[in-house]
Design a binder for this molecule. Structure first.
Ligand SMILES: [Zn+2]
Length: 312
């Protein structure tokens, strides 16, 4: 597989990630009726993702792309295009169902299906997972064992904050190795900043668009000065100011549509202000797991908990 020459790359210090999904798949607007429309609504994910890829290419930055299996199934060439540009392909699950509304069996099928689709598209191991809406919480920690059993080496779904829809207040806010019943798993939480004793999310999505840019930078520099690796996240639909507006609760509409026109400008400044890369490069222990997966390809594609113990 063709890869871009890497010799001119700047050193990677922080993690940049995207959850690759359609604008109509976000959990805030989810309903059985909306899901029935998925195949008939206008698809904008390819165009929006290509916009992101152009910005990344212009700044010679690579990132981790947590691709929804549903998207990967429809746009395998987009997934390949991202991998060929040197981006890491991770899994956002298949159906964008929140973890807490799935049984362990449904969750296993969802993450297995997404991994198979994405690995088929790129011919590389997919070792990272991010749950829809960060929905691994205190009630769904069983999901971590399932991820290990299904061959994932890291998760980026535990948000160590208090929030109405997700979060695990008090969870370790730094990338760390977790132990589960099935073996070890790296956890890579999105960045948070402690201010006056309260841990605030600052790493992406609505928060990235909410704060004035100077304040956002100040908060990110504070996290950096504490020796932390930044873990930022954005979505293709955040780069699409003209997306069709959806009906839904006022708070959801506020969070989804707030300052969309500012995303692109802020994002390009962010790429100039910090040195970002894919999770598997910014966190070297995860990079080693990926390399082991590449060198034993067949093994990591259908890993059992026993063989996972070896690579962990
Ligand atoms: Zn999502």
């Amino acid at each position: 597989m063709m890869r871009k020459e890497v010799t001119t790359r700047r050193k990677v210090e922080h993690c940049l990630s995207f959850d690759i999904e359609e604008h109509f798949q976000v959990a805030a607007f989810d309903s059985p009726a909306r899901r029935r429309q998925w195949n008939s609504l206008e698809s904008r994910v390819q165009r929006n993702t290509e916009k992101i890829l152009e910005h990344l290419d212009a700044h010679q930055v690579r990132a981790t792309m947590f691709v929804l299996g549903w998207v990967g199934e429809r746009y395998p060439s987009l997934v390949r295009q991202m991998a060929e540009a040197g981006h890491e392909i991770g899994s956002h699950g298949y159906s964008h169902e929140l973890v807490n509304v799935q049984t362990p069996e449904q969750f296993r099928e969802d993450v297995k299906r997404a991994k198979a689709i994405l690995e088929d598209a790129v011919g590389q191991p997919v070792i990272g997972y991010r749950a829809p809406t960060f929905s691994i919480t205190q009630e769904t920690t069983w999901a971590l064992s399932v991820l290990v059993e299904e061959g994932y080496a890291y998760d980026s779904s535990i948000f160590p904050v208090r929030h109405d829809q997700y979060g695990m207040p008090g969870a370790n806010p730094s990338p760390h190795l977790l132990s589960t019943d099935a073996g070890s798993l790296w956890e890579v939480p999105p960045s948070t900043c402690k201010i006056a004793g309260v841990r605030l999310p600052v790493a992406g999505g609505g928060y990235f668009r909410l704060f004035p840019y100077w304040l956002l930078i100040r908060l990110l520099r504070k996290i950096e000065s504490e020796g932390e690796t930044l873990v930022m996240y954005l979505h293709p639909w955040e780069f699409d100011y003209e997306q069709p507006r959806m009906a839904g609760p006022a708070l959801s509409r506020f969070r989804h549509y707030l300052n969309l026109q500012k995303t692109e400008g802020r994002f390009t400044r962010l790429l100039q202000d910090f040195r970002f890369g894919p999770i598997r490069e910014a966190i070297s222990a995860i990079g080693q797991l990926y390399q082991q997966g590449v060198s034993r390809q067949g093994a990591i594609f259908c890993t059992t908990s026993a063989s996972r113990e070896e690579v962990a």
